[in-house]
Ligand binder design. Structure first.
Ligand code: F6R
Length: 261
């Protein structure tokens, strides 16, 4: 795992967007794993700008989102399908037929989860997966005690997550209690993972995820098992990290990051 510290949330998001753009230019058929949430909005703004100003081409890529609420219509403004359309898909030239989210309205949710896994396989697996992190450490909606080998499935949301998302739904009582999410095992199979966390509210959980022991109580800690995972943070989210000088040295000196400095 590598940790990249950027001065501001804007610069952290821009770096993540530049990594996506680099990988997309290198492989126009990229299979891109996407996340939703407030943190990712900035990344999508940068990608839209790159599409408009630099002709970043999404026409051949495919996307798979991490998760979707159970019971929301795609047209519901709190559904993740709506979020993706609104923040990215309708502003770039991705083929809508190549954008995938789990169907939280499926009659048979278990079959839907199995089909989602199979579809990811059919596309050859995910090349680059974007991740946010919840305040209690979830990636996707892999809440505490998510099995380290879990696959796409229905997960009940914890009180912390319900609270975190309450504002968007006009109160905790309106937040769906369950979501379909890729599993920890699904995420660990992606060829590259980029986790973005910004703001002081994420400082504590970032330190646990990066420098703490691996535990199913904090599913983000499992990224320590991933052979190619970068954690991109702003100064505030990096505040509780112990090895900041080391991380900064790597970003400033390792050839892999030369084009991003
Ligand atoms: C959303 C998702 C979640 C969020 C996380 C952070 O698709 O997978 O894990 O990334 O809850 O959300 P924000 O950015 O709103 O703090």
């Amino acid at each position: 795992m590598e940790v990249i510290i950027q001065p501001t949330p804007e610069e952290a998001a821009r770096l993540v967007a530049r990594i996506v753009a680099h990988d997309l230019r290198a492989n126009p058929h990229l299979v891109l794993g996407l996340a939703t949430g407030v943190t990712m909005e900035r990344v999508y703004r940068h990608l839209v700008r790159m599409h408009q100003d630099e002709k970043l081409d999404f026409s051949l890529c495919s996307t798979f989102n991490l998760d979707e609420y159970v019971g929301l219509f795609p047209s519901d403004q709190n559904s993740y399908r709506h979020y993706m359309d609104h923040n990215l898909f309708r502003h770039v030239n991705v083929d809508p037929r190549n954008t995938h989210l789990p169907n939280g309205l499926a009659h048979d949710l278990e079959a839907e989860c199995r089909a989602y896994e199979a579809l990811i396989q059919r596309f050859g697996g995910i090349d680059l997966q974007l991740l946010g992190i919840g305040k209690a450490g979830h990636i996707g909606f892999n809440e505490p005690l998510s099995a380290l080998r879990s696959r796409t499935r229905v997960k009940a949301l914890t009180p912390t997550t319900l609270k975190q998302n309450a504002a968007l739904f006009g109160g905790e009582d309106h937040v769906p209690r369950r979501a379909i999410t890729m599993g920890v095992g699904t995420i660990l199979e992606c060829r590259r993972c980029i986790l973005l966390a910004t703001g002081d509210s994420k400082a504590e959980v970032v330190a646990k995820a990066v420098e703490g022991p691996i535990t199913s109580m904090i599913s983000a800690t499992t990224l320590q098992l991933h052979p190619r995972c970068s954690v991109v943070v702003d100064e505030e989210a990096a505040a509780n990290l112990k090895e900041k000088d080391y991380y900064r040295w790597i970003f400033e000196n390792e050839p892999e990051w030369e084009g991003y400095r």
